[in-house]
Design a binder for this molecule. Structure first.
Ligand code: PEP
Ligand code: MN
Length: 585
């Protein structure tokens, strides 16, 4: 059994890279516990291990001279180049919060890569770690919520840490180039791949005018491309310059071998570290428009920031890649049709509920909304008609033939509400009322879960997870605007939540532009935007006489406005459907 050496413990960066490199290869076993790259080099030289990896370049910090130097000093033999996307997360123990952290531990090079993010945390001290996996394990063992660690999602998984911040690297293009190497004594084997080859070279020149240009000329004449060259001042020999260079050719190719010999003649010393396979960086791919009726293509795993979140495994898209369709009586949310839910903010009278129900039904709504228990900011504002209102709504539903959705505000309302309506709404202010989430999770009616006023998408998904994990698989998420510094609109409708949620979760997503902007005339454009951005539907407030509405009067659409926007909506292609697809019912 061949062995491959990684630094520290499982969950570290070198462990992750080697695991990926040798995945499915039973002939290689990973061996940890190495304290430094030099220790790995020694183990390779003495034959204690067969493979190791050495970093040679990083997008933020540049060349790792030590990587090249160790390969040279120990005559290690490069086999292939690995370009690894650095995916740093700030992790803590269960219960830790970003604002509660006082110390963050990370490998020095990682601290440097996340410098901009760390500068925003004034109350936090940073301490260097010897290795990333070891630091993650120590933080988990210490169980101190004031200490965080910067590590990979793999470390979070392995040590049960929670993610406090993602994508904290200074640049999203933070890649590191590593070389997978063997020890010097390993026998030459015939190459089995036909990948392109690269060669790394160290050389020294006299510090003289024109020396570099002249020395590189043979490569240029031979048509060999130089993919990297970096000088390093030699303090001990000020009259010499050292260079680290990579060329895109195999040193054994005759034209390359001749060029290198000609170069050598002009240098003080030239050392070929070896030739190895590499993956040429692909030009950016052209993105194809989504096929009709298909779900969006999931992002590459490394670009899905919270996909691995332990907080919502049941809600994660991976759990059900084809997407969930929630049936509310005969209406399917999450399927082909763009579903419009409409009705008054509050049920105010039998007439109001019935006339609104009939009107919205005639103009294409598929579900009727109406609140009977109202979460109002002021205790003196209209609180809803309670059970009487629920009965009126149910009647309006029967008369119009529309299934109905209404809000439950407390655990003790769930059982009775479940008998009366077709879908249970959890309001924004109750998104993290965990007992209520568990109660509707035990109910047998689908749930419309609204995003909290200041809830992140991660928190919304974790709230949905409460319902799913309590046994109810039928959850529809609703973006209804969040609190920002903007005061021109009631809230800020976060339409970007839609594509992000569609990528992260299989649950259907609808948009509530009424509570999002709070102003009647701005609602129709946002209804159209919600359809275009890929939502599965919308929920909108409509009132026969908005001026007299007992709640949310400013945002209730008049009947005529509703009729007009429903016509306009037909012209908007749903993102998931072809332009000529059937309009919403
Ligand atoms: C509502 O839908 O009437 C409501 C109160 O919404 P939210 O919970 O989003 O404020
Ligand atoms: Mn309302």
């Amino acid at each position: 059994m061949a062995t491959a050496a990684y630094l520290g413990v499982e969950g570290g960066i070198t462990h992750a890279i080697l695991s990926s490199c040798f995945r499915g290869d039973d002939s290689v076993e990973l061996l940890g516990g190495f304290g430094s790259f030099r220790d790995v080099a020694v183990a390779l030289t003495t034959g204690k291990v067969r493979y190791g990896i050495f970093p040679i370049d990083n997008a933020i910090s540049g060349t790792f001279h030590n990587g090249y130097d160790l390969i040279a000093q120990y005559s290690l033999r490069p086999l292939r180049e690995i370009v690894w996307r650095m995916d740093y997360r700030l992790l803590g123990v269960q219960g830790a919060t970003l604002s509660g952290l006082r110390r963050i531990i990370a490998y020095p090079f990682v601290l440097e890569a996340c410098g901009k993010f760390l500068a925003t945390l004034s109350a936090v001290r940073v301490s260097p770690a010897t290795e990333t996996g070891t630091a993650a394990r120590a933080v988990a063992d210490g169980n101190d919520p004031t200490i965080g660690v910067i590590a990979s999602p793999a470390a979070a998984d392995r040590y049960g840490l929670v993610e406090l911040a993602a994508r904290i690297s200074d640049t999203p293009h933070d890649f590191t180039r590593y070389l997978l190497v063997e020890g010097p004594a390993v026998e030459d084997r015939p190459r089995t791949s036909d990948r392109p080859r690269r060669t790394s070279i160290l050389f020294q020149l006299r510090h003289e005018r024109g020396a570099l240009l002249e020395c590189l000329q043979p490569l240029v004449s031979a048509g060999v491309s130089i993919s990297k060259i970096e000088s390093r001042a030699r303090m001990e020999k000020p009259l010499e310059l050292g260079f680290y260079m990579d060329i895109d050719a195999d040193a054994a190719e005759p034209r390359c071998a001749r060029a290198l010999e000609a170069m050598r003649a002009q240098t003080i010393d030239l050392r070929v570290l070896g030739s190895y396979d590499y993956e040429p960086l692909a030009a950016p791919r052209e993105t194809k428009p989504a096929e009709s009726g298909t779900e969006p293509e999931p992002a590459p795993a490394s670009e899905r920031p919270s996909q691995v979140s332990k907080n919502w495994p049941r809600a994660a898209r991976d759990r059900k890649p084809e997407g969930t369709r929630v049936r509310v009586e005969g209406v399917e949310i999450g399927g082909e049709d763009f579903v419009v839910i409409a009705g008054p903010c509050s049920v105010e009278s039998r007439d109001q509920a019935v006339s609104t129900a009939k009107f919205v039904r005639e103009h294409g709504a598929a579900l009727l909304r109406g609140g009977a228990f109202k979460p109002r900011t002021s205790p003196y504002a209209f609180q809803g008609l309670g059970w009487e209102g629920v009965d009126m709504l149910a009647e309006a539903g029967r008369v119009s033939g529309l299934p109905v959705v209404s809000e439950v505000m407390s655990v003790d309302q769930v059982e009775r509400m479940e008998q009366a309506v077709d879908m249970l709404q959890i309001g924004a202010r109750n998104m993290q009322n965990f007992d209520l989430l568990k109660a509707v999770g035990r109910a047998r009616k689908p749930v419309l879960l609204k995003r909290g006023l200041s809830a992140t998408l991660d928190e919304l998904l974790a709230a949905a997870e409460y319902i799913l994990s309590s046994g109810n698989p039928d959850v529809v998420l609703c973006e209804r605007g969040i609190r920002t510094f903007e005061t021109a609109t009631r809230n800020t409708l976060d339409l970007s939540a839609v594509p992000v949620l569609r990528e992260r979760t299989h649950l259907p997503i609808i948009v509530d532009p009424s509570h999002g902007v709070g102003v009647r005339r701005w609602i129709p454009p946002l209804m159209r935007a919600a359809k275009a951005v890929g939502a599965h539907g919308i929920i909108v407030e409509v009132h026969p006489n908005p001026a007299e509405a007992k709640s949310d009067a400013d945002q209730a659409l008049r009947f005529a406005q509703f009729a007009e926007v429903m016509r306009d909506l037909q012209a908007v292609p749903a993102f998931r459907k072809r332009v000529d697809s059937t309009p919403p019912r």
